[in-house]
Design a protein around this ligand. Structure first.
Ligand SMILES: [Zn+2]
Length: 105
């Protein structure tokens, strides 16, 4: 059984699930992913960084707790929320369309 959590993400250009879960996490405005299927460059916009807000809030709270277990718990929870929100709600966009379609694969 393949876990549904770590499923691949669709390329916004060709809609094929070519983007691996962990590869998705490091796509950024200046770190494009080149789709192996269609050759499009896929990025995330700067506006896609809003999920960092709950992470920052939990991190700020964690600075005031005395228990180190709670400190790490808050930070890890913030990180998981950040990842989850990004994967659920932040769209990937096509930065540059693929080069002219090749006739051979
Ligand atoms: Zn593609």
């Amino acid at each position: 059984m393949v876990s549904n959590v770590f499923k691949n993400f669709e390329c916004p250009n060709c809609h094929k699930p070519t983007i691996g879960f962990w590869r998705r996490q490091i796509i950024g405005p200046t770190a494009p992913f080149e789709c192996p299927n269609c050759g499009a460059e896929v990025i995330m916009n700067w506006s896609g960084y809003w999920p960092i807000i709950p992470f920052m809030a939990l991190w700020a709270i964690s600075e005031f707790v005395e228990s180190s277990a709670l400190y790490w718990g808050l930070n890890i929870a913030g990180l998981i929320i950040w990842f989850w929100l990004t994967n659920q709600f932040v769209p990937l966009v096509v930065k540059s369309p693929p080069p002219t379609t090749k006739t051979t694969g």
